[in-house]
Design a protein around this ligand. Structure first.
Ligand code: ADE
Length: 225
């Protein structure tokens, strides 16, 4: 898989890809991630990427030309399955979207800034708009990092244990059950006894019950879907 991220602040985005699982995935060539600085696609001396809004109103708007130049240059080189725009008014990111995108070959992610992009960018180039939640960030970069992490960890071979992404919270529509490791007892706080017996059908049933109870208590909305 290849991900091209278009941003005015590449330095804000890079560090999540330089550590841990994402770094290993890139080093193992399971995913390629490229950053494109929009200012490299400007045509004036000031390298402007934004301007004031037609019709008046506070806040700057990202101009179509540098974005068009960047996206067109990329599209000339390969086919893209999706061109995603990170924005608070997009579809809220859920596990299902990450699952779907992890199967794609090439995607572009455009990070918005200021008031956002000229509507014609959205109309002409964008195939999917994604929000990471109902709050406004100062730009799309942190959202893009969240989206990439959610996608990349699903690519086969990225997580050590192939099954572990499948047992995450949300993969079966439920939150994950409680988990424990050594020691069996710490400061008098004990691990549930049934986890030691080696009775795996019983353990599995307990985990399913716990996942259900936790979901019912914390996220009853998930049970309605
Ligand atoms: N840009 C600004 N806020 C955002 C959000 N909540 N999700 C994605 N991109 C954003």
């Amino acid at each position: 898989m290849r991900i091209d991220i278009i941003t005015v602040l590449p330095e804000l985005l890079k560090s999540p890809f330089e550590a841990s699982i994402l770094k290993r995935a890139i080093e193992a060539n399971l995913v390629e991630v490229y950053f494109h600085n929009l200012r490299d696609y400007t045509s004036d001396n000031y390298k402007s990427i934004d301007d004031t809004q037609f019709g008046g109103g506070a806040g700057m708007v990202m101009m179509i030309e540098p974005i068009d130049k960047c996206i067109s240059a990329l599209k000339k080189q390969r086919h893209y399955d999706e061109v995603i725009y990170m924005t608070p008014d997009g579809e809220t990111l859920k596990q299902g979207i990450a699952n779907h995108l992890s199967l794609k070959e090439n995607i572009i992610i455009l990070c918005g800034h200021y008031k956002g992009v000229d509507q014609r960018v959205r109309d002409q180039f964008i195939t999917k708009e994604i929000s990471i939640g109902d709050y406004v960030l100062s730009g799309g970069e942190l959202g893009a990092a969240v989206l990439c992490d959610a996608i990349i960890r699903l690519i086969p071979g990225v997580l050590g244990n192939e099954t572990s992404a499948l047992t995450d919270s949300f993969q079966d529509g439920l939150l994950a059950p409680p988990i424990y490791t050594k020691p069996r007892e710490y400061k008098g706080w004990k691990v549930p006894e049934l986890l030691f017996g080696g009775n795996f059908p019983k353990i599995e049933k307990w985990r399913e019950e716990q996942a259900y109870l936790r979901t019912k208590e914390r996220r009853p909305d998930l049970l309605d879907d």
